[in-house]
Write a protein that binds this ligand. Sequence first.
Ligand SMILES: Cc1cc2nc3c(=O)[nH]c(=O)nc-3n(C[C@H](O)[C@H](O)[C@H](O)COP(=O)(O)O)c2cc1C
Length: 215
Amino acid sequence: MNRSEQTPSPRAMKRLNGAHGHQAATGLEHPATARVVPLSAVGARAASPTGREVTFDPEEILVTKTDLSGHITYANDVFLRIAGYSEAETLGQPHSFIRHPDMPRGVFKLLWDTLKEGREIFAFVVNLAKSGDHYWVLAHVTPTFDDGGRPIGYHSNRRYAERGQIEKIRAIYDRMLAEERRHTRRPDAAAAGQRVLEQLLAEQHQTYEEFIFSL
Ligand SMILES: Cc1cc2nc3c(=O)[nH]c(=O)nc-3n(C[C@H](O)[C@H](O)[C@H](O)COP(=O)(O)O)c2cc1C
């Protein structure tokens, strides 16, 4: 990876995330999340993908927090601006409401498996804005715990991804997607996508995290 100052290392990401104070999530920012309002009811539905990319400043961080089921309890102004939704349209929605069809299911399976084990994960993600435009991020997703060490929600800090990283990960995601499309059942597709990734990691003798930060 061409490690410019704009792309922090995993350690730097952790430091940066901590410095912004987001780790102290209570999970109670939006107590009404038990009642999920359908996107259509709040007028928030993404257009189909336009193929246009939107970017943001390397210093900016797109933040969301979710409850344990992945429903959004908090979104910062940068996230709302780039995603193109109001706060009212965002809070309470399942995080999949910004899912882009070019994202392999296998990546989200890995994300959820890792979070459920109480561990953090870094992932390159392309998201769909309300306009149908898309934006790439390097996401650092972490579980948050109460004082007793019980998980109470999740937290994602998304940072700018470099062009070179995007091109490399897109090539891998395309291979995962091609394999996933051979399956009609979602779990089968996710497992097939994950196998592609695991095979690649085995060939390169890398852990997933080493691979992500080698890009
Ligand atoms: C804290 C957190 C942040 C997430 N951020 C995103 C995101 O930015 N984009 C996305 O498509 N999915 C995100 N997800 C994953 C979604 O919950 C979901 O698994 C994914 O969109 C795939 O949708 P599906 O599970 O309905 O297939 C996030 C999950 C959590 C817990």
